[in-house]
Design a protein around this ligand. Structure first.
Ligand SMILES: C[S@@+](CC[C@H](N)C(=O)[O-])C[C@H]1O[C@@H](n2cnc3c(N)ncnc32)[C@H](O)[C@@H]1O
Ligand SMILES: Nc1nc2[nH]cc(C(=O)O)c2c(=O)[nH]1
Ligand code: SF4
Ligand SMILES: [Mg+2]
Length: 207
């Protein structure tokens, strides 16, 4: 699957990078530069970026170039996503970003070992390949995608693994949103430690 990606994290398979508004979760509504890395083998059948899965399709790009590009925008936060970004060693990229005063946020399934220096970790665990216990202990936000009713129990099981104070979100799977959103609304009203997260960028028609 992978290119020969150097272990030191200086070269990363970059699918796309774009400046937009964080659409989901705790930082919803904030301007951020998105860095989308190619490569994922978790296999969510409802994944909304399947084009990211094959790392070979995405050019190895120097982390310094990515940092330089991120610096061109007034927003001082990046979201590193994918694909599954933790397939790669993110120590170099994130230390360079933080060294330039940019906040580092990650979107991850947690299926690979934690690397990088993060201001915010959004863990979105998957049934298909579960998260490591280590990342659950470091999550700032747990965002569970609700595709069917069984995902509420899955969400509660993962809420046991994250630290006290970790934000808890239920986000409807996009294609099932019509059916699942009413169930989520009801669930949150009955279990108010949870909040609802919507993919607001899809309603705003922005990337
Ligand atoms: C495409 S993933 C990339 C990052 C990482 N692989 C992960 O799954 O967290 C980014 C976010 O989108 C969510 N997501 C992906 N497909 C979705 C869908 N069809 N509906 C709702 N959320 C989705 C994921 O759960 C994750 O929180
Ligand atoms: N606007 C916007 N917000 C997002 N939050 C998480 C995203 C992702 O694909 O990781 C995403 C995305 O693709 N676009
Ligand atoms: S882990 Fe993330 S990128 Fe990978 S298939 Fe699932 S939603 Fe898509
Ligand atoms: Mg997305």
């Amino acid at each position: 699957m992978a290119h020969q990606v150097p272990e030191d994290g200086t070269l990363l398979p970059l699918m796309e990078e774009f400046y937009t508004i964080q659409g989901e979760g705790y930082h919803t509504g904030k301007a951020a530069y998105f860095i989308r890395l190619g490569g994922c083998d978790v296999g969510c059948h409802w994944c909304d970026v399947k084009e990211s899965w094959d790392a070979e399709l995405h050019p190895l790009t120097h982390a310094d170039k990515i940092v330089e590009n991120a610096m061109l925008y007034p927003g001082k936060a990046v979201v590193v996503t994918g694909g599954e970004p933790l397939i790669y060693n993110l120590d170099y990229l994130t230390s360079q970003l933080q060294g330039k005063g940019i906040k580092t946020f990650i979107e991850t399934s947690g299926a690979y070992p934690l690397s990088g220096h993060w201001d915010w970790i959004c863990l979105s665990p998957k049934k298909f390949k579960g998260p490591t216990p280590e990342i659950a202990r470091h999550a700032n936000e747990l965002k569970v995608i609700v595709f069917n009713k069984s995902d509420f129990l899955f969400a509660e099981q993962h809420a046991e693994l994250v630290p006290v104070g970790c934000k808890l979100y239920l986000q409807p799977e996009w294609s099932k949103s019509k059916e699942m959103t009413p169930l989520i609304v009801d669930y949150v009203m009955n279990n108010p430690k949870w909040e609802i997260s919507l993919q607001t960028h899809k309603y705003l028609n922005i990337p």
